[in-house]
Design a protein around this ligand. Structure first.
Ligand SMILES: [Zn+2]
Ligand SMILES: [Zn+2]
Length: 437
């Protein structure tokens, strides 16, 4: 990610230096307890939509702080509400699932947990996306806001969301009445730890921040037979290879260079042996875009290319490729102009310009998008909090290709920096959004 520095701080109501220092002191005092929670969460990750221990533990903590807590929203989600006088409704979301990854960080509190995914695959489990930092900062923020009740006015809806990695959890909570059973939010906020920023640096992207994510399966059918007699077959290996090559032109020749798009064939599976032409080849694609128009163009193009190449190869109508776009897809995440610009100013003022960047969008996905798409009249932003330990960042010269990415078995963020920075950022954002008039 390329970063641009430099912010213009407008004259506006911003926290005073004394208030900022008092908040930092309070967070510093909370950190030992928060780090104990973090290490416990890290050692005990849970797979998507199977979160049980994590929500139970956090629900209990939120009750102690005086929140009105409802569990099992959208299967395993938690909604914690604090009504504190007139004013807007702010939703703060943290996601809580781990990933089927075998941890190799070597940390003393590394996970040894095993689990079974919803697809029935047995695997090791790891908080390889850093959602354990999200949960901990979410609780840290709740603790500060409960203590600072006389400094804000409005309603806080704190959401602990399951199943982000499968793109299922946000939708499940909305379908379970998140906006009807609980106060409907005017402003939506979340953060994600970042493997592309040094520890403690905040990135805010304006506009599209994360992409539409589609998974596409193509079953390329052929007519199998003996490898020595190709004339009696329709070779699906050659056909699938042609499809893969032809797909490259969807982005390079059919799409505007000003509209970000990715088509990656991540899996190509076919055949068993040197001298057998198989009956079919299975391709798996990830398809990324921002706008609905580009998404449709890519998905239509994939179906057209697959069919067109099969016709060119002489396949009969009943052996055309089977193209399936998996449901549900993860829609792109849009950071609304007003809120994202405001946060850039607020964070710049609070943390200093050297700790805040106007970050570029990425082609990763996040189902935080669902909360805003359910009502696009609202304001929403998800921001990044850098997690790369400073020494590692410096050793790599800031080149993220030399560093473990999110989802890597080696991803070990500077959790203390992520949690303290995110707690402070979420707290000052809340005090700004729910300002006492
Ligand atoms: Zn992830
Ligand atoms: Zn994540």
């Amino acid at each position: 990610m390329k970063l641009t520095f430099g912010l213009v701080i407008a004259a506006m109501t911003l926290p005073t230096a004394a208030n900022a220092a008092a908040l930092q002191d309070a967070i510093r005092a909370d950190m030992p307890q928060l780090m104990t929670l973090y290490r416990d969460l890290h050692a005990n990750p849970e797979l998507s939509m199977q979160e049980v221990r994590t929500p139970a533990k956090l629900a209990a903590e939120m009750r102690k702080l005086g929140f009105d807590v409802t569990e099992k929203v959208g299967k395993t989600g938690v909604v914690a509400v604090m009504k504190n006088g007139p004013g807007p409704v702010l939703l703060l979301r943290a996601d809580m699932d781990g990933l089927p990854v075998k941890e190799q960080t070597g940390l003393p509190f590394a996970s040894k947990v095993r689990g079974t995914t919803l697809d029935g695959v047995e695997s090791d489990v790891m908080h390889a996306c850093g959602h354990d930092t999200h949960i901990t900062a979410w609780l840290g923020t709740a603790r500060r806001l409960a203590a600072l009740k006389d400094k804000w006015s409005g309603t806080l809806v704190m959401v602990l969301q399951p199943g982000e990695e499968l793109g299922l959890g946000a939708k499940a909570m909305l379908d379970d009445g998140l906006y009807t059973r609980f106060p409907k939010p005017d402003v939506l906020l979340a953060f994600h730890d970042s493997a592309s920023l040094p520890a403690g640096v905040i990135g805010v992207t304006r506009g599209y921040a994360l992409a539409n994510v589609d998974s596409v399966d193509i079953d390329v059918k052929g007519v199998g037979g003996h490898g020595a007699y190709p004339q009696t077959t329709k070779d699906p290996i050659v056909l699938a290879s042609r499809i893969v090559v032809a797909l490259q032109t969807l982005v390079s020749r059919e799409n505007s260079p000003f509209d970000p798009a990715v088509v990656t064939v991540g899996s190509f599976q076919g055949g068993t042996k040197h001298n057998i032409i198989p009956d079919d080849v299975k391709l798996q694609l990830t398809v990324r875009s921002y706008t609905p128009e580009v998404r449709k163009k890519l998905l239509d193009g994939i179906a057209r290319v697959a069919r067109g190449e099969a016709i060119a190869a002489g396949l009969p109508e009943d052996r055309m490729p089977d193209v399936k776009v998996r449901e549900p897809y993860t829609p792109s995440t849009y950071n609304t102009e007003k809120l994202s610009a405001r946060l850039l100013e607020l964070f710049g003022h609070n943390f200093g310009a050297s700790r805040v960047v106007d970050a570029k969008a990425v082609m990763g996905g996040e189902d935080f998008s669902q909360f805003w798409l359910a009502d696009k009249t609202k304001e929403a932003t998800i921001f990044w909090v850098g997690g790369v330990p400073k020494a590692k960042w410096d050793a790599a010269g800031g080149d993220e290709s030399k560093l473990p990415s999110l989802h890597s078995p080696f991803w070990a963020p500077d959790a203390e920096a992520v949690i303290s920075t995110a707690t402070e950022a979420l707290t000052v954002s809340t005090l700004d959004v729910l300002k006492k008039s």
